[in-house]
Design a protein around this ligand. Structure first.
Ligand code: C2O
Ligand code: CU
Ligand code: CU
Length: 457
């Protein structure tokens, strides 16, 4: 496979220009250089953070923050991000959930060459859908995401949504010990089971923060699971909260209910009616407190529930004319043949094939080839005892049915949390040409086999 070499060696002079000529370190400020065109310079570099009080963790950060700088664009506009790699190793950026051309998808050797230390790469694409998305590398993912290279990408609706207040909550738990030092991001024993869990949960990089919200207002909470492994069982007891969007796509507003399981890579947007000033509400993962939402006095007149968000322009699959393709996700006890030669552990398979992250040629053997413009039903079958958030690049799909849960209102998503022994049916129109990664978003499942490529030609 060959690439146009968009990437350029910048050298020291190049880096100097980025830092000075543009008016200083503007990317540290959380502001795009140009708000109308959404131009960013996004530098990935090591950064010392204090996750454990009194201790320093050497994280890796985008734009001087871990989780990374919040990027914002407006639906229909172009987003331009100059990604500058000041890490000690190659990297890329993948735009999770964004429907874009393959060359911008950030998959090494498939979309582009890895961006080497000291190089930059210009990502440039039009955002078709409004919603909550995110970005992360697609290289050495366990360690790179684990060290903090994850960040929110918010695409605002074309017209005002009716929400006057919003907050982005990036959920991540860190693989650190009591001194804040990194532990293994993946241990084989865990990778072969539910995945290797972090030990310190944070929201926007802070453990159990208190977030102040204006009393009497309806606030849009964008909750993004940017974690490698953890499925958060989100609940807001005592709160009046409604679901407005799932994984970047609007749904008919509905009560949050008892608990929502947000798998790695998934997002949920809630409207929260903030109670009277002084009230504190826990935001929890199962029984564990993730944050305290504290109501503070507001002089604004009380807000009301906004109307449903407008649907994104995703093609409606033709179910009557759709072909069904079956995908089995299974555990395999097989020991990888050439671990000694540097191959990864292999514990998981899709249709009997394990992806090998050390083998660049895997992407040349797609597990399925779809015809451009055709509708497909994908039957996703989990034959294992662990859940898998199944994610597809390049296209969104509609969740139709499941043998394990009632699906009354199908919704569009890019990631579906497939429960143990669950079979779910999802549908899509194969409308984006290219070869697209299709994988579990538990990072150490993905890195030990649970990944495949789907071609659209
Ligand atoms: Cu967030 Cu390959 O994905
Ligand atoms: Cu993705
Ligand atoms: Cu998995």
């Amino acid at each position: 496979m060959s690439f146009t070499r968009r990437q350029m060696l910048t050298g020291l002079a190049g880096l100097g220009v980025l830092g000075l000529a543009g008016g200083g370190a503007r990317y540290w400020l959380g502001q795009p250089a140009d708000t109308a065109t959404h131009d960013y310079e996004l530098i990935a570099a090591p950064l010392d953070v204090e996750l454990v009080p009194g201790h320093t963790t050497r994280a890796w950060a985008y734009g001087g923050q871990a989780p990374g700088l919040e990027l914002r664009a407006r639906q229909g506009d172009w987003l331009r991000v100059r990604f500058v790699n000041r890490l000690p190793e190659p990297s890329t950026i993948h735009w999770h959930g964004i429907r874009l051309p393959l060359e911008m998808d950030g998959v090494p050797y498939l979309s582009q060459l890895p961006v080497l230390p000291g190089e930059y790469f210009d990502y440039r694409f039009q955002v078709k859908d409004a919603g909550s998305f995110w970005y992360h590398p697609h290289t050495a993912s366990g360690a790179q995401l684990g060290r903090g290279l994850v960040g929110p990408l918010i695409v605002e609706e074309r017209e005002p949504s009716g929400f006057r207040h919003e907050r982005t909550l990036s959920l991540k738990s860190w693989h650190v010990d009591e001194q804040g030092a990194f532990r293994d991001f993946s241990v084989p024993r865990e990778a072969a089971r539910g995945g290797t869990l972090g030990r310190l949960s944070t929201i926007n990089g802070v453990h159990a923060p208190t977030l102040e919200l204006p009393a009497g207002q309806v606030v849009r909470l964008r909750l993004l699971n940017l974690d490698n492994t953890q499925t958060y069982r989100l609940n807001l007891p005592q709160a009046e909260a409604r679901i407005y969007a799932l994984d970047g796509n609007p749904v008919a507003p509905q009560p949050l209910g008892k608990e929502y399981w947000l798998g790695p890579g998934m997002r949920i947007e809630l409207a929260l009616r903030v109670p009277a000033a002084g009230v504190e509400l826990p935001l929890r993962n199962g029984p564990l407190r993730l944050a305290t939402l504290k109501s503070v006095a507001s002089s604004e007149p009380a807000g009301d529930w906004p109307p449903a968000l407008p649907a994104n322009p995703i093609a409606e699959p033709d179910l009557a004319g759709a072909e069904t393709l079956r995908f089995n996700f299974e555990w395999t006890g097989a020991v990888s043949v050439n671990l000694a030669q540097g191959a990864a552990h292999s514990f998981w398979q899709v249709n009997g094939q394990a992806w090998d992250i050390a083998d660049r040629s895997c992407a040349e053997r797609p597990i399925a080839t779809l015809r451009l413009g055709q509708s497909y039903i994908l039957e996703l079958r989990n034959l294992s005892q662990y859940q898998h958030p199944i994610h597809l690049h390049g296209m969104s799909f509609k969740v139709l049915s499941s043998n394990r849960r009632r699906i009354d209102a199908p919704w569009f998503t890019d990631t579906y949390l497939l429960g143990k022994q669950e079979t779910a049916r999802v549908a899509l129109v194969a409308d984006n040409p290219g070869t697209w990664m299709f994988h579990c978003h538990v990072i150490d499942h993905m890195e030990t086999g649970l990944m495949a490529a789907i071609a659209v030609v």
